[in-house]
Design a protein around this ligand. Structure first.
Ligand SMILES: [Zn+2]
Length: 491
């Protein structure tokens, strides 16, 4: 099957691994009590520990470790009973200690996997390791870019914020699968409530490794690392570009350089950042200020007991329990809040879950997109949606009017009954009144009426439309259709 990359290189295949950094949403930093709140004034959330001043000692944040265990279990990993913290030494202005506390040879967890659905196939992507580390600070360049600035400023608020690094095995076989993997991971992390995963605020970041090899070969090609991937779409596009670039080079008989490349969003190309002659030498060594991290079985089991139903399980249950299509179940369970909303609405409605699903994925999703509203802030309560659906069922309002009512519910948070009364939207149930309007429309549109008599079915549609217009959508289209046929096509 050709890869969805746009590359005309069917004799090659990409081998992709992703490294994801997730900022944990703990209240305080990994080794000190400083706040982790986003967007505070520069350097207002720092102390001697996270600034790396002499003579201070780090103290490990228990919640951060617990979030790590939660994540590891949800990713089907083995949590290590014994792991340790190491110093990763390098010099960069955003790193005040000149080392980062991370985990090297003994990470928190290893050997997991996630199920990913892409291009209509469900596949398993193995997780190599999950480890805990501290974030670095943030350089703010005078003119926005490092090359065009006379100076840079350092904001150390982010220094020491707990991160999880989640490293996949090179199991990902296409750019679209990389996208699906990231979406799945984000969904799981949000269900776990361990991170808000806001890529635009830097709380989820991703680097990708990609190599290309002849299709069917088991030898790995030279990997290229991609950085500066600011959205899931950027990851997908950068990988597609890089696959094409490498496949074309290999087809010409060229060698792929081991290097780090940067995704240039404006030009939609990858460009070389640096060549890698040797593996990076960070001179890792165990942090002498921190004792090894020992996690007993009881702690792991206690955390396991608090895991919520995860998106994959919930998706399967929705399809089974509510009899909705797999596609609906997948969309509705992407976020926990949306899944909760759907379940509450189905319960309040008490019947056909597919109708609820259609409204949630249709009108509700449309209005949420149009107004950039999160499900958490939607003003239509699930029971109000159910009440509106019942008004449709009992004929109080037509399906067309329901859309108008729902839109007003969405904008104002009013109950459907109130909107229908206030705006006089009740469906015209009185057969005589409806017949009178039908007669009026027939009289006003003699040509169309003659057309119907001559057997033109499209003319009927036109007349139904005229009645709907005259009644501002309050007529029942089926009833109008029937009345028109009775009048114009007797017998
Ligand atoms: Zn601090």
């Amino acid at each position: 099957m050709p890869e969805k990359t746009g590359a005309d290189a069917p004799q090659f295949e990409p081998v992709i691994g992703l490294e994801v950094h997730v900022e944990l949403s703990t209240k305080s930093k990994l080794f000190c009590g400083c706040s982790t709140a986003f967007n505070a004034p520069p350097n207002s959330q720092t102390c001697p520990v996270c600034l790396g001043l002499p003579g201070v000692l780090p103290v490990l944040n228990r919640t951060a470790v617990e979030f790590g265990i939660r994540t590891a279990l949800a990713l089907n990993c083995q949590v290590a009973g014994f792991s340790k913290f190491d110093r990763k030494n390098y010099f960069y202005p955003d790193l005040p200690k000149n080392y980062q506390i991370s985990q090297y040879d003994l990470p928190l967890a290893t050997c997991g996997h996630v199920e990913v659905c892409a291009d209509g196939l469900r596949r398993r992507v193995r997780i190599k390791r999950v480890h805990v580390e501290e974030d670095a600070g943030k350089s703010v360049h005078e003119s926005g870019t490092i090359t065009g600035s006379r100076f840079s400023l350092e904001d150390y608020n982010r220094t020491g914020v707990p991160l999880l690094e989640i490293v996949s095995e090179p199991d990902i076989t296409s750019p679209s699968e990389a996208y699906a993997y990231l979406s799945t991971l984000k969904s799981i992390l949000r269900y776990l409530d361990v991170s808000d995963c806001k890529m635009e605020e830097g709380s989820l970041r991703c680097d990708a490794n990609i190599s290309v090899r002849p299709k069917g070969s088991c030898v790995l090609g030279t990997p290229v690392e991609l950085k500066n991937l600011n959205s899931f779409r950027a990851v997908e596009k950068a990988l597609a570009y890089e696959y094409r670039r490498q496949a074309e080079a290999l087809a010409r008989g060229e060698r792929i350089e081991r290097e780090t490349r940067h995704w240039d969003e404006s030009r939609q190309v990858t460009v070389v950042m640096r060549r890698k002659e040797e593996a990076d030498d960070y001179r890792y060594f165990p942090d002498p200020d921190l004792v090894p991290l020992q996690i007993d079985e009881e702690w792991v089991e206690a955390v396991r007991g608090t895991l919520p139903e995860l998106p994959g399980d919930r998706r399967e249950r929705f399809a089974r329990e509510y009899g909705i299509p797999e596609y609906d179940a997948a969309i509705l369970t992407e976020s926990k809040d949306l899944a909760d909303y759907f379940e509450a609405a189905v319960e309040a409605y008490g019947k056909d879950a597919k109708t609820v699903s259609n409204w949630v994925m249709g009108e509700l999703a449309r209005l949420m997109n149009a107004t950039d509203t999160e499900i958490r802030r939607v003003r239509v309560a699930p029971c109000a949606l159910a009440a509106m659906l019942r008004m449709m069922d009992d004929g109080t309002i037509s399906g067309k009017i329901a859309k108008t009512v729902f839109e007003e519910m969405f904008c104002t948070g009013k109950e459907p009954e109130r909107i229908v009364t206030e705006r006089g939207l009740v469906q015209i149930a009185d057969e005589d009144e409806l017949a009178r309007i039908v007669d009026e429309v027939v009289a006003e549109n003699r040509d169309a009426a003659d057309g119907v008599r001559a057997g033109n079915d499209r003319a009927i549609g036109f007349l139904v439309g005229q009645v709907m217009k005259k009644t501002h959508g309050r007529a029942n289209p089926q009833a109008v259709n029937r009345l028109l046929r009775e009048r114009l096509l007797p017998g």
